[in-house]
Design a protein around this ligand. Structure first.
Ligand code: NAD
Ligand code: UDP
Length: 323
């Protein structure tokens, strides 16, 4: 059966890869985006497919469509993007969730919501299992994103309990790959762009903070598996790569893979509330979805570097001045 699938934030980094996979599977895909942090080049190649439709729309407004499944990705994800207009960020998370849930309730669609490892804040449990309730500063500069995502999770589970909406929630850990915005300010895109153009590679703090980096193709596999999981497993489930690296190690690897002569500079101011360590416990995803990432960091970074080398940075508009 051909499914009608809505992807909010479908023109973004993850959304565009998800649309690719759904379009090639033959489903009817509606991509909704306001292009705040993305540009049409991400989905340009899909525009002449009969089973792909693009709608410019802001999810803080309700939307009326008939669909079978909804992937809710619309939300700025890079710190420099979500902190640019924090009130809009939390509105996007909360109003966006309410609108997709209202739509799902009306047309009886399944909703998969993309939450984030940021719901764990600066974690004092390591690695982070889904049962950990987190250490989030509710009034700090990251709160618009963290608390917005936490409220969206609450809404998902309340619509499930109160209205029987068929929901599923994934908590995504740092994901990277081709089509990351070169000026999104995230660590992978910053380091690769800096290395390619010969700028200093900017480490915030001493570079001992850690992250776990998942290659985009692995992550999309996880999203598709979660949408097809049994209805009695709504999550939340962590999706990420459990390999943990310091930011210093990442900088060294990027320098090696790009063959760059850029200098690696430590000690740039570290952002407030920057989590010191982050690593997913993916036991639940392994058990319930039979999912685990298969792409090593070096292999995924090499593909990402190749893509960054193939694009013209001048054709990208920086969504915010924060990169
Ligand atoms: P992205 O910024 O590339 O994509 C987000 C998309 O949503 C963009 O196309 C943007 O224009 C769109 N958008 C933003 N606000 C909107 C609004 N009000 N109405 C309509 N569209 C809007 O980011 P991404 O990395 O692709 O992230 C996608 C989703 O996954 C986000 O919800 C993010 O929180 C979540 N996530 C991503 C990561 C990651 O490492 N990439 C980690 C955790 C969670
Ligand atoms: N970071 C860095 N240099 C950069 C960008 C980021 O050292 O140019 C650090 C940042 O302080 C954080 C980590 O890299 O500790 C990951 O940052 P990112 O913005 O990619 O995402 P986060 O995981 O913090 O949401």
């Amino acid at each position: 059966m051909i499914k009608r699938i809505l992807v909010t934030g479908g023109a973004g980094f993850l959304g565009s890869h998800l649309c690719d996979r759904l379009v090639s599977a033959g489903d009817d895909v509606i991509c909704v985006d306001n292009f705040f942090t993305s540009q049409k080049s991400n989905i340009e190649h899909l525009l002449d497919h009969r089973n792909f439709e693009l709608v410019r729309h802001d999810v803080i407004q309700p939307l009326f469509l008939e669909v079978d499944e909804i992937y809710n990705l619309a939300c700025p994800a890079a710190p420099g993007h979500y902190q640019y207009n924090p009130i809009k960020t939390i509105k996007t998370s909360v109003m966006g969730a309410i609108h997709v849930l209202g739509l799902a309730k009306r047309v009886r669609a399944k909703v998969l919501h993309t939450s984030t490892s940021e719901v764990y804040g600066d974690p004092d449990v390591h690695p982070q299992p889904e049962s950990y309730r987190g250490n989030v500063n509710p009034i700090g500069p990251r709160a618009c994103y963290d608390e917005g995502k936490r409220a969206a999770e609450t809404l998902m589970f309340d619509y499930r309990r109160q209205n029987n909406v068929n929901i599923r929630v994934v908590r995504i850990f740092n994901t990277y790959g081709p089509r990351m915005h070169p000026f999104d300010g995230r660590v992978v895109s910053n380091f690769i762009r800096q290395a390619i153009v010969g700028e200093d590679i900017s480490i915030y703090g001493d570079g001992s903070q850690t992250r776990s980096f998942c290659y985009v193709d692995d992550l999309i596999d996880g999203l598709l598996k979660m949408m097809d999981a049994p209805d009695d497993f709504p999550g939340p489930v962590n999706l990420g790569n459990p390999g943990e690296f310091t930011i210093r190690q990442l900088a060294d690897l990027v320098k090696e893979l790009t063959g760059s002569s850029s200098k690696i500079i430590c000690g740039r101011p570290q952002p407030e509330d920057d989590p010191a360590r982050r690593c997913p416990d993916i036991s639940l995803a392994r058990e319930k979805l039979h999912w685990q990432p298969t792409t090593e960091l070096k292999e995924g970074l090499a593909k990402t570097v190749a893509w960054f080398k193939s694009i013209d940075f001048a054709s990208y508009r920086a969504p915010t001045p924060n990169y």
